[in-house]
Design a protein around this ligand. Structure first.
Ligand code: VGL
Ligand code: ZN
Length: 198
């Protein structure tokens, strides 16, 4: 059994002062850095949208952030512009120990499809390639931490469990956006999928 730590979207735009800030987002960085040494592999994900991305409310005239829109792949929450490729907001938090990463997975680069999960875009079928990387390295046991618990951590954990990986989410090293009960729904969904929450 080989174990990977998957650090989800610890980027400036999800930290206090960022475009889609999650309260406390920066508080988890020291704990995440400390955890890295316990794993066979460390993988970081980076939300990485082109300007004008279809998940941005600003791309849909008359729509406000945190509303929704129907996309060909289902209902999409609309976000403030965030994690635009190459901007300061898309950079990792300055204190995150990125030197420890074996792999950085970027996601959300397809202008027409959002990607919360580190494994599949929001159509639930277009792969990012992370599954192949983990399987070819024999990494079967995944621990996930980062931002945000109810969106990117949740979708990544559920997809990983469905793919047959053993998945643990360390709640104390995550923070949620919590839109209309989305955190409670995410926790129930993760448990149903067989994810261990600690
Ligand atoms: C995320 C909303 C939009 C996340 C990314 O990292 O949880 N949430 N893009
Ligand atoms: Zn995003």
């Amino acid at each position: 059994m080989s174990r990977a730590l998957i650090v989800i979207d610890v980027q400036n735009d999800f930290c206090p002062g960022g475009a889609l800030a999650v309260a406390g987002g920066d508080e988890i960085v020291p704990g995440i850095n400390a955890l890295m040494a316990e794993f066979d592999a460390v993988i970081l994900t980076q939300d990485w949208h082109p300007a004008g991305h279809s998940s941005f409310a600003s791309s849909h005239p008359g729509k406000e952030p945190f509303g929704t829109v129907e996309m060909p792949y289902g209902t999409q929450v609309l976000w403030p512009d965030h994690c635009v490729q190459g901007t300061a907001g898309s950079a990792f938090h300055a204190l995150l120990d990125t030197d420890r990463a074996d792999l950085i997975v970027r996601k959300g680069y397809n202008p027409a499809i959002d990607s919360y999960s580190a494994f599949f875009e929001n159509d639930h079928s277009t792969p990012t390639g992370l599954e192949g990387y983990l399987r070819t390295r024999g990494l079967t046991d995944l621990t996930m931490v980062g931002l945000a618990t109810d969106f990117c951590v949740n979708f990544s954990a559920v997809d990983a469990a469905k793919l047959g990986f053993t998945v643990t989410v360390q709640n104390q090293l995550c923070w949620a956006i919590d839109l209309d009960g989305s955190l409670a729904a995410a926790q129930e969904g993760m448990l149903t999928a067989g994810v261990t929450l600690v």
